[in-house]
Write a protein that binds this ligand. Structure first.
Ligand code: ATP
Ligand code: MG
Length: 562
């Protein structure tokens, strides 16, 4: 249970309802995605609220597919939605519910409203309806078809349902008030004629209910008590209530409450916009690691727990605001620091040759095996054996022939620590004809086995390394922000104008320690000094950088004096 002392406004509301016995102490919520795309980080917030509140108050949260638009919906999305919710740690109750389950009931209720003189068939075209609706501060105009008799409306509506009229030729509208200051109440559309194959109901229907006509009624049919949604539905609430007031309901009347959408800097959270990225070939798929979809974040290596903890942390508010991507990343880093095993991998390899490395009786360079800790944060993760020989790969930017100021890594004459192995001193370089460094030569201190000299002398730098003879080739993908602007689209209104052309850098020919070949698909490891990397779920030895090691959120806080 959340801190009863300081609950957010929705939890406070549920507490009050329970105290007052509003819904007989029942708490039932629902998560109602439209199956027209994959879930994204914004949906995670809604899931954590909808499922989280039901869980905390001993209630139920239904998963209801809001499938009233046959043009865009597909069964493929339904399966992914369920598995993404489960990945986040919530279990939607069986069976999954669908707005389309209620098409029959909704139809009957529409006839009921017609009979009460509260709905009418309008033959006007879409432009006329839209023009007659008026605007804010501007009265609407009543349709020429508004005063048809209930009998005529019923006849026409039944014939709409029977398929006698072409698509788009007529609609059913609620008869409310063409001068209402809330535009939603100016005779909203309840049904459209649309001959499209629905992924569940097939060709059974050629008229489809609108979101507003389906939503509150679906809530009522299921016995939802608290219908939680995002702020853009605030104006729809009056219509939600109006429909429910007209109907003989099987349960308490549900109540809609709105909360702020989750928006994140450098990110878009709208399925429509995410689909554009896909269609324009900006990303490779819904699970491209740059996508803010749950699939993308998961492939990128974001732990589910980091996402849900982030959502809990930002809480439930009533005003829209944009969260920093760095804050989300700090949750990812904190979780991975606890769970990810440490490994060594060299992304831009440079050969380091120890000229004084011993040769064994067999004439081959000696191989030393070092026992390295898998995770200093978790002793249970144990150790692994890592081979070390006289030829190693180091990160090319860990060496400078002429070190700039404050460069403490390897340079000629300088001694550094090869992590967990030996102290080494660079002696010189090999160059190709163009003058590029092709190898660095060095000597090692055999007394410093394990990485510390017996005389306790200090070195300023510890570097990662991989034995050249044992290295495994890997591909490492580095990611930067998909949108360079903090608020994509702020300048021009079009987020795609703010795409970062360098959001992905593929490094092939990386040299990684042999243990990485055994890393399970999908697992995240820490490459020492470089960041956290997720092993691709399908392609072995492909690693996606989840997040770097530096806590940029802490820096932002410091800059803001927090
Ligand atoms: P999109 O604009 O991405 O298509 P949507 O609101 O149309 O989003 P739905 O599938 O209809 O997507 O949404 C299912 C639920 O998730 C709704 O209750 C909606 O309010 C909520 N939701 C969607 N986006 C966000 C977001 N960015 N933050 C919080 N909740 C969201
Ligand atoms: Mg929507």
């Amino acid at each position: 249970m959340t801190e009863a002392a300081n609950p957010d406004f929705i939890r406070a509301l549920v507490h009050r309802d329970n105290e007052q016995g509003t819904f007989g102490g029942r708490v039932q919520t629902r998560f109602p995605p439209e199956p027209n795309g994959y879930l994204h980080i914004g949906h995670a917030k809604a899931i954590v609220i909808d499922f989280g509140i039901a869980r905390e108050f001993g209630g139920v949260c239904n998963l209801r597919l809001d499938d009233t638009n046959p043009d865009t919906e597909e069964a493929e999305y339904v399966d992914s939605i369920i598995s993404d919710i489960e990945w986040l740690g919530f279990t939607p109750p069986e069976p999954t519910l669908h707005a389309s389950d209620y098409f029959g009931q909704l139809y009957d209720w529409a006839e009921l409203l017609i009979g009460k003189g509260l709905a009418y068939v309008d033959d006007s075209d879409a432009e006329t309806i839209s023009a007659e609706r008026g605007g804010y501060g501007q009265p609407g105009v009543e349709s020429a078809f508004r005063n048809r008799s209930p009998e005529e409306n019923l006849d026409l509506f039944r014939r709409m349902r029977a398929g006698e009229f072409p698509d788009g030729s007529r609609v059913l509208r609620a008869k409310i008030d063409m001068n209402h200051e809330n535009m939603q109440l100016r005779d909203p559309i309840m049904y459209r004629i649309r001959r499209a194959h629905h992924y569940r109901t097939g060709d059974e229907w050629c008229i489809y209910p609108t979101y507003d006509w389906a939503h509150g009624q679906s809530d009522a049919i299921e016995g939802v008590t608290h219908s939680l949604c995002t702020l853009e539905f605030q104006d729809n609430r009056a219509l939600y209530d109006w429909y429910l007031e007209q109907l003989p309901l099987p349960s308490d009347r549900p109540r809609q409450t709105e909360f702020a959408r989750l928006e994140i800097t450098h990110t878009v959270t709208s399925k429509r916009r995410l689909r554009r990225l896909l269609e324009d070939g900006v990303v490779d798929g819904w699970d491209d690691p740059r996508m803010p979809t749950l699939r993308g974040l998961r492939r990128r290596g974001y732990p589910a727990a980091a996402i849900t903890e982030f959502c809990d942390y930002i809480g439930v508010t009533k005003s829209n605001s944009r969260q920093s991507i760095e804050l989300l990343e700090s949750f990812v880093r904190r979780e991975l620091n606890r769970t990810a095993q440490r490994r060594m991998g060299v992304t831009r390899p440079l050969k380091l040759i120890l000229d004084d490395w011993p040769v064994g009786d067999d004439g081959q360079p000696v191989v030393e095996w070092f026992e390295l800790t898998n995770n200093p944060e978790n002793p249970d993760d144990g150790t692994r054996r890592v081979p070390f020989t006289g030829e190693l790969w180091i990160e090319s930017d860990d060496f400078a022939e002429v070190p700039p100021p404050k460069f403490f890594r390897l340079s000629p004459g300088r001694e550094v620590r090869l992590r967990g192995a030996f102290l080494v001193t660079a002696t010189g370089v090999d160059k190709d004809e163009a003058g590029n460094i092709t190898a660095v030569h060095a000597t090692h201190d055999p007394e410093s086995r394990g990485g510390n000299a017996p005389d306790g002398r200090r070195v300023k730098s510890t570097m990662h390394w991989v034995s050249a003879a044992h290295a495994v080739e890997a591909t490492v993908v580095l990611y930067d922000r998909l949108f360079s602007a903090e608020v994509p689209g702020e300048r021009t209104g079009e987020p795609l104008d703010d795409l970062n052309p360098n959001s992905r850098e593929v490094l092939s020919g990386c040299k990684v320690e042999p243990a990485l070949a055994d890393t399970p698909a999908g697992e995240v490891v820490q490459f020492e000094r470089l960041g956290y990397f997720a092993h691709d779920p399908r392609e072995p030895l492909l690693f996606h950088r989840t997040v770097g090691l530096r806590d940029e959120w802490a820096n932002i806080q410091k800059r803001q004096g927090k």
